[in-house]
Design a protein. Structure first.
Length: 504
C-alpha cells in the first residue's frame, strides 16, 4: 500500500503537477526541434527523416525512462559528427546497428555506475561547457543571418528583431502562453500573409509524410560487423552520456532540484535502442532545447513527452504548415537560448575566482568552440582541474626538521601522494642533515596521510637510505589507513619499514 501511494505521488509530481505549462512548453520545443534535427541529420549524411524520427522516439521514450524530468533529449550534433565516417563508408543501416550497440553500452555504463564520474567534473568545467555551448548555439545561427546567403535580406533581420522583442516583451503582458510560441505563431502568420521572401523550414530539407515503422537494421550479424560498429558505438555512447549528464546537472541547477543520474544513463540507452529500431539516429540530451523548455515553463516529464508527440503530429498531419515556419522566428528563439544559456556571471568572476579556476573555464570554452567537440573540451577541462588540484595539494605539503639532544625529528604535514613524493624525498634527503647529523631519526607522520604506492615508495626509500648511512630510524604517528597501505604495498624492504613503525 505504501509503495502504491509513493508511486502515485511520484507520478503526480512528474507528470501532472502543471499539465498546461508542460504541454505548451513541449509544443515550443517541438517546433524548435525540427530545423535542429534536420541539420543534424544532414551533418551525419543521412536523410532528414532519420534525424526527425530519432527526435520523436528519443523524446517520447526518455520521458518515461529518464532520470531528469523536464530535460529534452533528441538527435544531436555531438553524436552526428561521430558517425560521419561510418555512414560514408558503410551506409545508414550500419548507423542504426551502431546506435543499438550505443544504447547497450549506455545501459552497461548505468550498471557500472559510471555516472559517478561526474563528481570529478569541477564547477569551472561545467561553466566552461555551458558558455561554449551558448557560443556554438549562436554561431549555428550565423548562416541564417549571412546577407550573402539566399533568402537572407532586410526582412530577415527585421523578423529576428521583432521575434526577440516578442520573446522578451510578451511576458510583461502575460505568462499564460510561452512567449517563444507566440513569436513563432505571429511571425509565421506575418510571413504567410505578406509573402515575405525569407527562408523557411521546408527549405532546410524534405519533411517525412508518414509514421516511422519498426525495422531491424539490414546488416550481417557477424563478428566483422561488430568490429566495424563497436568503435563508433563506444564513442557515441561516451559523448552522449557526457553531454546528457552535464545537461542534467545544469537543469538541476536551473530548477533547484535533483535528478537520478544512473536512471538517466540507462534511460538514454533505452531511448537510443528504440530510436534505431524506428529508423532514427543516435542522440542525447540537448541543453539548448532543455533551456527552451525550462524558460517556457516546462518542468515535468509531460513536457518532454509532448515535445516528441507533438513533433510526430506536426510531421504526419501538419507537415505542409510546418514547412512555412520562417527560419528567422526559430533563429530568434535560438538566440534567446544562447543568451539564457551563457553564464554571464562568469565574466566578472574571472577577477574574483582563483586564476587556476578561470584558466580551466577558459580552456574548456576555447577547446569546445575550436573543435566543436564537447567531450574533448570537458576532458581537457577535467585534466587541467586535476593538475591544478594536485599542484595545490602538493604546495601545502611540508616537512620540518627539529634537532634534539640525541635525535632529529622530521615533522611531516599534509597529503603524501605521487605529486608530493619527490618533494618528500628531497626534504628528507642527505642535504637536510649535513650541518647537524643525528644517529637517531624519528619521522613523525601524525599530521600526514599516505594515499598511494608512490607515497609508500618514497617513505621506503627515505628509511632505507638513512639506515644504510648507519642511522636508527623510527616512523611514528601513522594513522590506521596509511598503516594499512604500508601493510599491503610496502615493496622493497617490507620487514625493515614495518619494524621502523612505532606508536606516536
Amino acid at each position: 500500500m505504501a509503495q502504491t501511494r509513493s508511486f502515485a505521488a511520484t507520478f503526480k509530481r512528474d507528470w501532472l503537477a502543471q499539465p498546461r505549462a508542460d504541454i505548451l512548453a513541449g509544443i515550443v520545443v517541438a517546433l524548435a526541434l525540427i530545423p535542429e534535427a534536420i541539420g543534424f541529420a544532414l551533418i551525419a549524411g543521412v536523410d532528414p527523416s532519420v534525424g526527425l524520427y530519432a527526435s520523436v522516439a528519443i523524446a517520447m521514450v526518455i520521458a518515461l525512462t529518464g532520470g531528469r524530468p523536464g530535460m529534452i533529449s533528441a538527435a544531436t550534433a555531438a553524436v552526428a559528427v561521430v558517425v560521419i565516417p561510418l555512414v560514408d563508408e558503410y551506409g545508414v543501416d550500419y548507423l542504426f546497428a551502431a546506435t543499438i550497440l550505443m544504447g547497450i553500452f549506455q545501459g552497461i555504463a548505468a550498471v557500472l555506475r559510471l555516472d559517478l564520474l561526474m563528481q570529478f567534473v569541477s564547477r569551472s568545467v561545467i561553466t566552461g561547457f555551458v558558455n561554449a555551448l551558448a557560443i556554438l548555439i549562436f554561431m549555428a545561427q550565423i548562416p541564417q543571418l549571412n546577407p550573402y546567403n539566399d533568402g537572407v535580406g532586410v526582412q530577415t533581420y527585421i523578423m529576428v528583431a521583432v521575434g526577440l522583442a516578442i520573446i522578451y516583451g510578451f511576458p510583461r503582458i502575460t505568462k499564460v502562453v510561452p512567449s517563444p510560441l507566440v513569436a513563432i505563431v505571429l511571425l509565421t502568420a506575418a510571413a504567410v500573409f505578406w509573402g515575405l521572401p525569407v527562408n523557411n523550414v521546408a527549405g532546410e530539407g524534405n519533411l517525412p509524410d508518414g509514421l516511422p515503422t519498426f525495422a531491424l537494421p539490414d546488416v550481417p550479424l557477424t563478428w566483422e560487423t561488430l568490429q566495424i560498429i563497436a568503435p563508433y558505438s563506444l564513442a557515441m555512447a561516451a559523448v552522449g552520456l557526457l553531454e546528457s549528464l552535464l545537461t542534467a546537472q545544469i537543469v538541476d541547477d536551473m530548477t533547484h532540484t535533483d535528478s537520478d543520474k544512473r536512471r538517466e544513463s540507462a534511460g538514454q540507452g533505452v531511448a537510443n535502442i528504440v530510436a534505431a529500431f524506428f529508423g532514427g539516429m543516435g542522440g542525447c540530451a540537448m541543453i539548448g532545447q532543455s533551456v527552451i523548455n525550462i524558460a517556457s515553463g516546462g518542468r515535468g516529464r509531460l513536457s518532454t513527452f509532448t515535445a516528441g508527440a507533438f513533433l510526430l503530429f506536426l510531421l504526419t498531419v501538419l507537415g505542409s504548415y510546418v514547412g512555412q515556419v520562417p527560419m528567422p522566428a526559430l533563429v530568434a528563439v535560438m538566440i534567446m537560448v544562447s543568451i539564457g544559456t551563457f553564464s554571464w556571471n562568469s565574466i566578472p568572476n574571472l577577477r574574483i575566482h582563483p586564476p587556476s579556476s578561470s584558466l580551466v573555464m577558459i580552456a574548456t570554452v576555447v577547446v569546445v568552440v575550436w573543435t566543436h567537440n564537447l567531450a574533448l573540451g570537458v576532458v581537457v577541462g577535467v585534466f587541467m582541474s586535476g593538475i591544478f588540484f594536485a599542484n595545490k595539494v602538493r604546495s601545502l605539503f611540508t616537512v620540518e626538521r627539529v634537532r634534539r639532544p640525541h635525535s632529529a625529528v622530521y615533522h611531516v604535514r599534509g597529503e603524501l601522494f605521487f605529486a608530493s613524493s619527490d618533494k618528500f624525498q628531497r626534504m628528507l634527503g642527505p642535504e637536510s642533515a649535513q650541518e647537524d647529523p643525528a644517529d637517531d631519526v624519528i619521522i613523525d607522520v601524525a599530521q600526514a596521510h599516505f594515499w598511494d604506492i608512490s607515497a609508500i615508495g618514497a617513505l621506503e626509500k627515505a628509511v632505507e637510505r638513512m639506515r644504510r648511512n648507519g642511522r636508527h630510524v623510527r616512523v611514528v604517528g601513522m594513522n590506521r589507513a596509511s598503516a594499512d597501505l604500508v601493510d599491503r604495498f610496502a615493496l622493497e624492504d617490507r620487514t625493515g619499514l614495518e619494524q621502523g613503525l612505532a606508536p606516536h
